[in-house]
Ligand binder design. Sequence first.
Ligand SMILES: [Zn+2]
Length: 417
Amino acid sequence: MLQEILALPVEDKIFYAVLVFSWTVYIWEAYLACRQREIYRSTTHVPTELGKIMDSETFEKSRLYQLDKSNFGFWSGLYSEAEGTLILLLGGIPFLWKVSGILTARFGFGPEYEISQSLVFLMLATLFSALTGLPWSLYNTFVIEEKHGFNQQILVTIYADYIAPLFDKFTPLPDGELKSEIESMAKSICFPLTKVYVVEGSKRSSHSNAYFYGFFKNKRIVLFDTLLEDYSPLNKPGEKEPGTGEENEAAGNESKSKPKNKKQGCSNPEVLAVLGHELGHWKLGHTVKNIVISQMNSFLCFFLFAVLIGRRELFMAFGFRDTQPTLIGLMIIFQFIFSPYNELLSFCLTVLSRRFEFQADAFARSMGRSSELYSALIKLNKDNLGFPVADWLFSMWHYSHPPLLERLRALTGPKQD
Ligand SMILES: [Zn+2]
């Protein structure tokens, strides 16, 4: 067996190595999903830490939804892995390339027009994957999400994450207790703060609560108004600032439709604890480290790409014996050849990002703000908790941001540094 493998031509070795690796990753992920599914099945009670913010009805609803999604994920994952394998085994890529060549030739572009052939190839490939993926996404939207009443949220999320930020309005945080406390906290860790802004983000799904930007000695802190108890428009429905006209009226109307009775946002000490976490990322150099890593990664990828693109055996492995189109080269190298590297890199980045989050929490804790951070985290996450329990291995592999429960436990656990 081993000798037979060793006797294969190098292009066959490449091809089978790609297939074996793809199935290895698939099986690993299926195993993790299976562990997580077991958690969905067996965890029927709200964890004690979350007892105050999540009732058992919401918990049960979310649990059943995730369970259905996970079962569906098993079949759709198996399908797409099998489809990908069949495409490779049956020579789907060179076939589609050939078809694109025939089509472009029809319009009078010969094989010398590699660009037009590449464009047609891209269009056909997109069409193919849309068609084969369509039944799955229809089933997901109209059966699973409909059954659990989740489907309208897709559009809302797209709006909140991608469209609403384009219209964000930044206003300087007015002078007052919060501003001076933020300034003195920045000073205490030598953070070169120049301005503090509040951004009107109340229409969004609130993934982000605060961030900073700017280079070197000129940094600004941006706080989402949903973070601030005293500032959140959700607490002052209908109130209009003088002189800004229609926009405010629209915002006022929108907040009227939301429940008014509960106070939203965090108290000043909690805001400072959240900022302590964010500034921890800066103080511990996380931002710089992330930039350096991503730059090095791009450099490495393009360097390797330049080395590999001329290798004939890579093209031969995927059925391109006479031609070496650049687009196909890109696809082969980035999608297939780099895939072990990409898996490894994404795992390392996930591990690193989680480490950074825990370190930033620990930083806020070292500033004596752990109990405020604890309550702030609970407040900020109570609306988008999803299903809060995760298998540790599943969580480690998939979640670049540790789930709320793990953060809460780390905050109250023994100090690690
Ligand atoms: Zn963070």
